[in-house]
Write a protein that binds this ligand. Structure first.
Ligand code: FES
Length: 151
């Protein structure tokens, strides 16, 4: 007799606890996800190369890829090390290209030239190309990301 109210109370506690957990999952979690900015991939700050992109990078020595809204120039330097820089010229925004024979990055719009670390060598560009972080190698996963987190 004395244990029946306790059992009912426990049952109600379990029911309330389960309801609260379900409410947290259904309402609070999506709201928090919406309010919290994406930290990685989410599409804006990080990109992973596809197999086709890795093959193109291997064959040509460079590739223009998307990383969120940015165009990124990925290239293999003389030591076969992967580098990634913004492909957007700092002069008027044309897309730059890698010239392996000269070991430079070149903007055809107004003959701007950059070194492989993005520094301006000659021409009208006022600033270096922004560096991106590249991780991995062509035998596995290659990802490129924008330093500094948020886009
Ligand atoms: S836009 Fe690149 S040099 Fe002018």
């Amino acid at each position: 007799m004395g244990s029946e109210p306790l059992t009912r109370r426990r049952w109600i506690d379990v029911l309330l606890g389960t309801s609260f957990a379900a409410w947290m999952g259904a309402v609070v979690y999506p709201v928090l996800r919406y309010l919290t900015p994406a930290r990685d991939g989410g599409g804006s700050n990080k990109a992973t190369l596809t197999d086709a992109q890795k093959q193109e990078l291997s064959a040509k020595g460079f590739l223009i890829a998307r990383c969120g809204t940015d165009r990124v120039l990925l290239l293999k330097d003389k030591e076969q090390k992967l580098r990634a820089l913004s492909a957007k010229c700092t002069h008027e925004g044309c897309t730059v290209q890698f010239v392996p024979a000269d070991g430079i990055i070149w903007c055809a719009c107004h003959n701007g030239k950059f070194s492989l670390d993005g520094r301006v060598i000659s021409g009208p560009p006022p600033r270096p190309l922004a560096a991106f972080t590249v991780e991995g190698d062509l035998k596995g996963v290659v990802s490129v990301s924008k330093p500094g987190g948020m886009a």
